[in-house]
Design a binder for this molecule. Structure first.
Ligand SMILES: CC(C)(COP(=O)(O)OP(=O)(O)OC[C@H]1O[C@@H](n2cnc3c(N)ncnc32)[C@H](O)[C@@H]1OP(=O)(O)O)[C@@H](O)C(=O)NCCC(=O)NCCS
Length: 172
């Protein structure tokens, strides 16, 4: 089963192959904006991405206006990258309505093996350590996979806003 790890250059090879699988797909909520996979094959470029992801957890790091610090994590299985998970440290008005605290994506070839369920469960104590007592997790109304994941991990449905189902999960 998978574990959550801090981004690290040691996952370069499987990250490249895994991320390329997302081509043409959305990386919904995972905090990754269509990475330039060919450019990131260069070790220096990849190391810079890793450094940027790690720095994004720090309050003082530069980020677009209105964005909040976020902890970027990778989901690994058998020492290979299988997906992304991101924990936003606090809610903005947009995150409260739609985005939630936590987003994740599993590489297509590794889906339906329980990775998202396990990763979301493993993210809860990490969120707790960040001072978040209740996480908001959202999914599109028609995202049956993500909805099942959230409900399996104990998400309590509050309501739907703008086509997003909104769930709260206690991190204690
Ligand atoms: C949604 C997503 C994260 C699920 O990841 P996953 O690792 O495949 O999920 P799990 O294996 O933990 O699935 C748990 C359960 O959800 C249900 N499920 C998952 N994907 C499903 C799908 N495509 N259709 C129907 N049910 C699905 C199943 O009941 C599954 O359990 P089972 O395989 O024992 O039947 C993954 O499909 C993904 O990355 N999608 C694109 C990005 C995305 O939607 N992210 C979530 C944003 S809120």
């Amino acid at each position: 089963m998978g574990v959550l790890v801090t981004p690290d250059v040691r996952y370069h090879a499987s990250w490249i192959v895994g991320t390329a699988e997302f081509a043409g797909q959305h990386l919904d909520g995972a905090g990754v904006e269509h990475p330039d996979v060919p450019a990131l094959m260069h070790p220096e470029a990849f190391a810079a991405l890793v450094a940027r992801l790690r720095a994004d957890a720090l309050e003082e790091s530069p980020r677009p206006e209105g964005w909040v610090p976020a902890t970027a994590l990778w989901i690994v299985h058998d020492d290979e990258f299988v997906g992304f998970l991101q924990i936003r440290h606090r809610l903005t008005p947009f995150l409260l309505e739609e985005g939630g605290h936590i987003g994740y994506s599993i590489r297509p070839s590794a889906r339906r093996r329980g990775h998202a369920t396990e990763a979301l469960r493993a993210a809860l104590p990490i969120a707790r350590a960040l001072g978040i007592e209740r996480v908001l997790v959202t999914c599109d109304e028609d995202n049956i996979g993500s909805r099942t994941v959230i409900e399996r991990v104990g998400g309590v449905y509050e309501d739907s806003r703008n086509g997003k189902r909104r769930y709260w999960i206690d991190t204690a």
